[in-house]
Design a protein. Structure first.
Length: 740
């Protein structure tokens, strides 16, 4: 992928200069890139009128009179969205611009590959700048990544989260933010994290309260945001609709007391759409918009996705706010604008800087992002089961049954026919925040291409079970593609199936209705592969107990079918790992609104054995762990130890292994998780190869939050360090002594 470099912003045009003229006396201090950032902001605020300052609290802080050009927001969870199922940018009458489309965020999480996420985000950022400059579409503040934790699989927006673990999600969120922003003097785009904080229920979200103690705030819910801000310098985020302990996040003091004061954040804090009004009409915390607006501004909000202007004017008139309050908050907005190059005297640079004229192709039409989307799809796929098929059926339970090799990978040279069956087999479903891809490859198309002309590939959508069974019976192998529709196939706030969910709707069931198709097909052909194409976990116990091979993947990738075929036919050895626990029964979950995860939620505190564990995933090869060693036997203060472990590929195929490191506190005086992820890396091992993998473990990551002292505490303790390929398979361990 081409290095972006110092990509600045807009397309140069006389029309732009006429609309936003520079002051006739030449560049002012605020437009001088040589001046100090705070001096530039001081100068700009001195020159702005009160009405201009009020207008600058929108998501586009343009000041035409002063020649200041702001930039708005775009959606970009897994690719730039300039038109798609949600029509999030420009309105329904705008021409849709196709952009590179990666797997859903949950799928990107399943790669466990921070560098891949950085590359995907960098490609997206390049396309954001390109579309903004050439097509005058979108903005440079990208609403991504979603840093919320998917603490409950019933959450309708689980697809937007990287997973349930704070260290994993924080590492990946930081990587994605770093890719969006780049590492030059100017950011390519600005990463706007969402939604702060503890926003993982859709039903009643306009007025609900997520209630939990400050330990969980610091140790769980806020961790991904903190990591993205501190480690990747993300300087924008969106507050969530909900309250925390009855205080709306849109006006919560924690924005200043923790995010700004402790984490060093000083950029954009934006409301979610309608959140200002919700504080008056839904949660009834404030009597009117004037008081709600004043509370939000006092808390730190400096951009509104609301009709806020009259409320702000009324707050100023009633002395609930002062102009100094506005100035204090707007500084954060203009810090981000300066980092994007928007306040420079001529923010338009040559189109050639970002390859506008490179071969005449838009960037999303080039082969490099196509290959990147395919790589992301390959890496996201999780092999859940792969066992041999019995040669005989109907034998007594104690009979010795001859076995074949595992069903996967398929060998096209040994096959004459494949039946591809299911409602998702010949489509690529886009989700609510997707853009429109430049092309799509369906599972059926990918399988046909990989199978070649010598294999007959037939298809049925599964709507008629008898037809599906007959087709499966006549084929050498059956591939069943089932799952959910990420938009529920319906409009806003509608989901006909209780097992489906999306924004504004939580799931009421985790039973996959389409599993009936798998049952019918398997009864006709025991050599069946089930592909679960899902936005969230299901309780597919029957499929796990009966079908010999199961593959899981998420929606949305333009390379959906090619990625799936790569795995099914062995061109790619699967190494995706689950980022959320799949429970056996929805009854194993605490009540939806119980935000105290210690009550049995996530792999960290679960009390029931899962269907599939956090971090779980199989391979076409096998791996062996041995010889774990600590660089030091003791750890104290701000130190770090290195954990080394030997990992050998003991099979006959090259493949990736996701090496996962967990800790377990043995003697803590406070309640700790059963185990916590504290390190991971994805490594490639040739068949028979041994690598010594090194993982750092920092003392600061072993602390707990002392609520009474309002501080982090590293207590004297014994910590068991466990390493392996899944949270439920950790074959090697060592003990680390902790001292203060």
């Amino acid at each position: 992928m081409k290095k972006i470099g110092l990509v600045l912003c807009l397309i140069a045009s006389p029309a732009f200069a006429q609309t936003y003229p520079l002051p006739p006396s030449g560049p002012a201090v605020y437009a001088d890139p040589r001046a100090a950032v705070e001096s530039r902001i001081d100068d700009l605020l001195r020159k702005m009128t009160l009405d201009e300052k009020i207008d600058a609290f929108s998501t586009n802080p343009t000041v035409p009179r002063l020649g200041v050009v702001g930039t708005g927001h775009v959606e970009g969870l897994h690719g730039l969205a300039l038109g798609g199922p949600g029509h999030w940018e420009g309105g329904r009458n705008e021409t849709v611009i196709p952009t590179t489309t990666f797997p859903q965020s949950r799928g990107l999480g399943q790669t466990w590959d921070p560098e891949l996420l950085r590359q995907a985000a960098a490609q997206e950022a390049y396309e954001v700048r390109y579309a903004f400059g050439k097509y005058h579409r979108g903005g440079l503040v990208v609403r991504a990544p979603n840093s919320d934790l998917s603490r409950d699989p019933r959450w309708g927006r689980s697809e937007e989260s990287y997973g349930e673990d704070p260290f994993l999600v924080g590492t990946l969120a930081a990587a994605f933010a770093r890719g969006l922003q780049g590492d030059g003097k100017y950011w390519t785009t600005s990463s706007l994290l969402k939604h702060f904080l503890a926003n993982s229920n859709e039903d009643g979200r306009d007025s609900s309260s997520s209630d939990f103690d400050t330990r969980l705030f610091h140790e769980y819910y806020s961790v991904p945001f903190r990591m993205a801000i501190e480690n990747a310098h993300a300087n924008a985020f969106m507050t969530s609709y909900n309250s925390w302990n009855k205080v709306p996040m849109t006006a919560n003091p924690v924005l200043r007391d923790v995010v700004m004061k402790d984490w060093g954040f000083d950029g954009i804090i934006c409301t979610d759409a309608g959140a200002l009004t919700n504080m008056v009409k839904a949660s009834h915390v404030y009597p009117d918009l004037a008081h709600a607006t004043a509370a939000a501004v006092k808390a730190g909000i400096n951009q509104f996705l609301d009709n806020y202007r009259q409320g702000m004017k009324d707050a100023l008139a009633q002395n609930l706010l002062t102009e100094a309050d506005l100035d204090r908050n707007l500084r954060g907005v203009f810090r981000v604008m300066i980092k994007l190059g928007m306040l420079d005297p001529n923010p338009m640079v040559s189109q050639a800087t970002i390859g506008f004229n490179d071969g005449g192709l838009d960037p999303w039409m080039k082969p490099e992002p196509h290959a990147l989307a395919r790589k992301a799809t390959d890496e996201s796929i999780v092999l859940l089961k792969n066992e041999p098929v019995a040669l005989a059926t109907g034998l007594p339970a104690n009979a010795k049954v001859p076995m074949r090799a595992p069903v996967l990978p398929l060998d096209a040279k040994q096959l004459k026919s494949i039946a591809v069956i299911g409602p998702l087999a010949d489509m690529v479903e886009l989700d609510w925040y997707s853009g429109t891809p430049p092309y799509t490859v369906t599972p059926l198309a990918g399988i046909r291409s990989a199978a070649g002309t010598g294999v007959q590939v037939t298809y049925a959508d599964g709507s008629d079970l008898a037809t599906a069974a007959a087709l499966a019976k006549s084929a050498d192998v059956a591939v069943v593609v089932i799952g959910n529709n990420p938009t529920c196939g319906a409009g806003w706030n509608k989901c006909p199936l209780p097992s489906d969910g999306k924004e504004a709707i939580d799931r009421k069931s985790m039973t996959l209705a389409q599993e009936e198709i798998a049952k019918a097909v398997y009864a006709a052909n025991s050599k069946t592969v089930v592909v679960l194409q899902t936005s969230f976990p299901f309780t597919t116990n029957w499929t796990q107990q009966n079908v010999p091979a199961i593959v899981e993947m998420t929606h949305n990738s333009q390379e959906q079918g090619d990625g799936l075929a790569d795995v099914l036919f062995g061109a790619y050895n699967p190494a995706g790992r689950l980022t959320q626990t799949w429970v056996r029964d929805m009854a194993d979950l605490p009540p939806m609104m119980d935000y105290n995860i210690r009550d049995g939620r996530t792999y960290m505190y679960a009390r029931q054995a899962p269907l599939y564990a956090f971090g779980y995933g199989l391979s076409y090869t096998t791996f062996e762990y041995s010889h774990i060693k600590l660089s030091e036997p003791k750890l104290a203060g701000s130190g770090t130890v290195t954990v080394r472990v030997d990992v050998r590929n003991t099979g006959r195929r090259d493949g990736d292994e996701v090496v996962q490191m967990y800790v377990r506190h043995v003697g803590s005086k406070v309640e700790r998780a059963r185990q916590e992820l504290k390190g991971f890396t994805r490594v490639h091992l040739r068949a028979g190869e041994l690598q010594t993998v090194a993982l750092p473990l920092a003392a600061k990551d072993l602390r707990y939050w002392d609520e009474a002292a309002k501080a982090w505490v590293l207590e004297p303790d014994q910590v068991q360090v466990l390493v392996g390929g899944s949270s439920d398979k950790l074959p090697v361990s060592a003990t680390l002594e902790i001292s203060q």
